[in-house]
Ligand binder design. Structure first.
Ligand SMILES: C[S@@+](CC[C@H](N)C(=O)[O-])C[C@H]1O[C@@H](n2cnc3c(N)ncnc32)[C@H](O)[C@@H]1O
Length: 320
C-alpha cells in the first residue's frame, strides 16, 4: 500500500504513542447478582478484555475456585496475564476465539462450569488504541481486526469489494438505511485514491449523507457503517451463535449464563437462542430476564460507554 506524506506522518505518530490501556466493566453489580459466584466454583469468562469482570469473580471464588478466561485479542491476553497474575493457578488464560469453548475446557480437563459470562463487542482498550483502527473520530488506519493474526482488514472491504457487496454489508450489519448512498460515495472516492484512515471513511460517510464534519454529533453518523465493518471483519454474529450453543453444553445444571451485548443484532441472537432453548420439549434453559436489563442511569453518567449495553441471563436446567 502506497501512503501519502500525511499518512506516513500519521503512522509515525501512531508508532510513537505509548498507549495506556484501561476498560471499565459494565453492569458489574447485575453480573455478580446473577452469577452469584461462590468459594470453590469454576467460572468461564469468554471475553476477558481488561479483566474487570474476571477479577471480581476471582475474588468471590477464592480460595479454591478456578476461572478460565479467553479473548481473541492478544493485547487483552497480555493485559490480563499481568493484571491477574497474583491469582496464580486460579486463573487460566487462553488466547482464543470463544467459538473454541469446549476445546479450551478440555485442555483444562474441566467438564462443566458453574457460570459463564459473555461481554460482547470490543473494549475501550481496543477502541482507544490508535494502532487498531476502530474509532470513527480518529486518523487511525482502518483495520478493526480483534485478532491481528486474522487476514481481513476493514480497509480491504472498502477498497476491494464491489459497490453492491459494500452496501449489503453496511445495511445488514449496521442496519443503515442509507447504505446504498454510502457505498456509492465510497466507490467514487476510491476511484481517485485508496481509503486508508478511519477519518477518511468517516468523511466519506458524512458526504454521502450530506452532513458537515464540524457539527457536534452525540452519536457520529458513521457509527453504523463502522459497526457493520467491524462485525463483518470479525465474523462476530456467526461466532456468537456457535459459542452460545457450546456454552450451554458445558454449563452445569443450576449454573447461569450472562450475556451483555451492545447492539440489537447481537441482542436478538441471544434473545432468540435463549427463547428457543427454553421452549423445547426438554428445555435446556430457563430464561431469568423476561425483559432485557439496561444499565442504571447513574452508571451511564459515570461511564457513557455503558449506554448501549443490555444484559440477558438464563439458567441451565437438568439434573445435577
Ligand atoms: C467488552 S470487552 C470485555 C471487557 C471485560 N468484560 C472487562 O471487564 O474488561 C469485549 C472483549 O471480547 C473480546 N472478543 C470479542 N469477540 C470475541 C470472540 N469471538 N472470541 C473471544 N474474544 C472475543 C474482544 O477482543 C474484547 O477484548
Amino acid at each position: 500500500m502506497r501512503l501519502t506524506y500525511k499518512e506516513k506522518k500519521t503512522q509515525k505518530k501512531v508508532d510513537d504513542i505509548d498507549f495506556v490501556a484501561s476498560h471499565t466493566p459494565v453492569m458489574v453489580q447485575e453480573v455478580l447478582n446473577f452469577l452469584s459466584p461462590f468459594s470453590g466454583a469454576v467460572f468461564l469468562d469468554t471475553t476477558l478484555g481488561g479483566g474487570g469482570h474476571s477479577e471480581l469473580i476471582l475474588d468471590a471464588i477464592q480460595p479454591s475456585g478456578v476461572l478460565v478466561g479467553c479473548d481473541r485479542d492478544r493485547d487483552a491476553i497480555n493485559i490480563c496475564k499481568d493484571k491477574l497474575k497474583d491469582y496464580g493457578n486460579a486463573i487460566r488464560i487462553h488466547h482464543s476465539n470463544f467459538t473454541n469453548i469446549k476445546k479450551i475446557l478440555k485442555n483444562e480437563k474441566i467438564d462443566y462450569v458453574d457460570g459463564i459470562i459473555f461481554d460482547l463487542g470490543f473494549s475501550s482498550i481496543q477502541m482507544d488504541n490508535p494502532k487498531r483502527g476502530f474509532s470513527v473520530r480518529s486518523e487511525d488506519f482502518l483495520d478493526m481486526r480483534m485478532d491481528v493474526t486474522s487476514s481481513l482488514k476493514a480497509s480491504e472491504i472498502v477498497n476491494k469489494m464491489s459497490e453492491n457487496e459494500i452496501a449489503d454489508i453496511i445495511f445488514e450489519y449496521g442496519e443503515e438505511k442509507k447504505s446504498r448512498r454510502i457505498a456509492r460515495e465510497i466507490v467514487k472516492y476510491r476511484s481517485k485514491k485508496e481509503i486508508v484512515t478511519c477519518e477518511e471513511l468517516s468523511n466519506i460517510v458524512l458526504r454521502a449523507i450530506k452532513r458537515d464534519s464540524n457539527t457536534f454529533f452525540r452519536i457520529h453518523p458513521a457509527t453504523k457503517t463502522f459497526q457493520a465493518l467491524r462485525i463483518f471483519v470479525n465474523n462476530e454474529l456467526e461466532s456468537l451463535k456457535i459459542a452460545l450453543s457450546e456454552a450451554v453444553d458445558v454449563l452445569r445444571p443450576g449454573g447461569r449464563i450472562v450475556v451483555i451485548s451492545f447492539h440489537s443484532l447481537e441482542d436478538r441472537i441471544v434473545k432468540n437462542y435463549f427463547r428457543s432453548e427454553s421452549k423445547k420439549e426438554t428445555p435446556l434453559l430457563k430464561v431469568l430476564t423476561k425483559k432485557v436489563i439496561r444499565p442504571a442511569h447513574k452508571e451511564v453518567q459515570i461511564n457513557p460507554r455503558a449506554r448501549s449495553s443490555r444484559l440477558r441471563v438464563s439458567e441451565r436446567l437438568g439434573r445435577v
